[in-house]
Design a protein around this ligand. Structure first.
Ligand code: ARG
Length: 455
């Protein structure tokens, strides 16, 4: 028997039930739905629709049901369509007619929106916390190799030397922005739709402000249609996680490169790599590849929802049931990748000498020669041309760049080719050299502190 059997003569066809049911996935909302239902019950008491004793009894019953679920004792009935109906059905089993009062003044439309907002709120916070731990892992890795440096690349061609710290902090800054985006999205997520009913509110004297406060929302809805129909808060959260996924994917790609024999800049710990079922010599960076690979579905979850939303008339449409699985999936994937990647960085061994050797490639000094010529009064375009010709000569004659430079400008640029010299010379604010670094570290630590307090 369904909750709407009053109006129907026939039960639901099995094929429709299979299509329609969502308990298999929306049981992830069990906890938040109980919390929201308890607030609604207290709201009913406040409105005089339940006595204090009835409300207390119902809330205790809901808590009992929460316990059953947490301990794996909750039994789903065959015709529980979704988590909301399953909880109401169980409450009615436990307390009879009193259970039949829970849904007073409420629709599953405002109920599901409320539960999902609570879920998304907690998930944004959880993922931010894990992201912050990955930032910590990056900083710890940087701290283990304060002097290490490597070539910085553009177009994946060696460009200029950069400190390893500088390089790892670049990822940290991107992750901190991902956290900031989550925090910003929370402002729009944290609005209560409870009390909007099916679409138009209710004739009963409910107080949405009270339940909003009780559930820790910043405010309650202003428009009942908007409250039940809008899912831009879901799209925004999915974007936050898709963007985070893209950040993680780029980090993953870099680890794949660094741990290849061709680069040889880093090795991941055995616990964070896998072997090959066939090739005994292999040590694979699967963790990094999965960090890269998971971004596809994170982006897919966002685009899927946007497409679902685009043609919907006001207010609730059943299409909206499709908003949940992408959320559950994105949260799960982000959680998995963040944990594994933090561990992978903590296990990372950086091959300081190999990276330094690559970064001390004399050609990476060409810009320093041009800039020295500029300091001597040469216009930059001409200086660039002179340095470019020296590069061409070195490559054409197959001779070391520094040798060619020294031949044309005896003694003048010799110091530029000393190991680390190009690195030390990057002193401008925010630059890759050591002297600019204290300032960056202060700012980074500030941003991390802020993220920790506000997440
Ligand atoms: N399981 C449904 C959902 O996720 C709950 C809302 C159903 N509302 C309705 N009018 N059929 O959207």
């Amino acid at each position: 028997m369904t909750l709407w059997s009053g109006r129907f003569e026939e039960g639901m066809d099995g094929a429709l039930f299979a299509l329609s049911e969502s308990f298999t996935f929306d049981q992830a909302l069990f906890d938040v739905d109980i919390t929201a239902s308890a607030a609604h019950v207290r709201g009913l008491a406040r409105a005089g629709l339940l006595s204090e004793e009835e409300a207390t009894h119902l809330v205790a019953t809901l808590e009992e049901i929460r316990g059953e679920f947490r301990e794996g004792r909750f039994e789903r009935h065959r015709d529980d369509e979704d988590v909301h109906m399953a909880i109401e059905r169980r409450a009615t089993e436990l307390v009879g007619d009193l259970g039949r009062r829970i849904h007073t003044g409420r629709s599953r439309n405002d109920q599901v929106a409320t539960a999902l907002r609570l879920f998304v709120r907690a998930s944004l916070e959880e993922i931010s916390e894990l992201t912050l731990d990955l930032v910590d892992a990056l900083v710890e890795t940087a701290d283990r190799y304060p002097e290490a440096y490597l070539p910085g690349y553009t177009h994946l061609q060696r460009a200029q030397p950069v400190l390893l710290r500088h390089h790892l902090y670049a990822h940290a800054w991107a992750l901190l922005r991902d956290i900031e985006r989550a925090r910003d999205a929370l402002k729009r997520v944290n609005i209560s739709p409870l009390g909007a009913g099916a679409l138009a509110g209710t004739s009963l004297p409910l107080d949405p402000a009270m339940t909003a406060r009780e559930l820790g929302f910043d405010a309650h809805f202003a428009n009942s249609l908007d409250a039940t129909a809008s899912r831009d808060f879901v799209a925004e959260a999915l974007f936050v996680w898709a963007m985070l996924g893209v950040t993680l994917s780029r980090m993953g790609e870099e680890l794949v490169l660094w741990t290849s024999a061709e680069f040889g800049f880093a090795t991941l710990g055995d616990a964070f790599t896998t072997g090959s079922s066939m090739l005994p010599q292999k040590k694979n960076s699967d963790v990094a590849e999965l960090a890269r690979g998971k971004s596809g579905r994170l982006v897919g979850n966002l685009t899927g929802l946007l497409v679902t939303l685009k043609g919907l008339p006001l207010a609730y449409n059943r299409d909206l049931q499709e908003d949940k699985e992408p959320v559950f999936d994105s949260v799960r994937q982000c959680r998995l990748v963040l944990r594994a990647l933090a561990g992978a960085y903590r296990s990372l061994e950086f091959h300081v000498e190999r990276a330094a050797e690559a970064a001390d490639d004399p050609l990476l000094v060409a810009i320093d020669i041009a800039e020295e010529l500029v300091l001597g009064g040469e216009p930059f375009r001409r200086a660039h041309e002179i340095a470019g010709r020296l590069v061409a000569r070195s490559l054409g004659e197959g001779r070391a760049f520094n040798e060619v430079v020294d031949e044309e400008f005896p003694g003048r640029f010799r110091d530029l080719f000393l190991p680390r010299a190009a690195l030390e010379r990057r002193r401008s604010p925010g630059a890759s050299g050591p002297s600019a670094h204290d300032d960056q570290r202060h700012r980074l630590d500030d941003a991390r502190r802020r993220a920790r307090n506000e997440k």
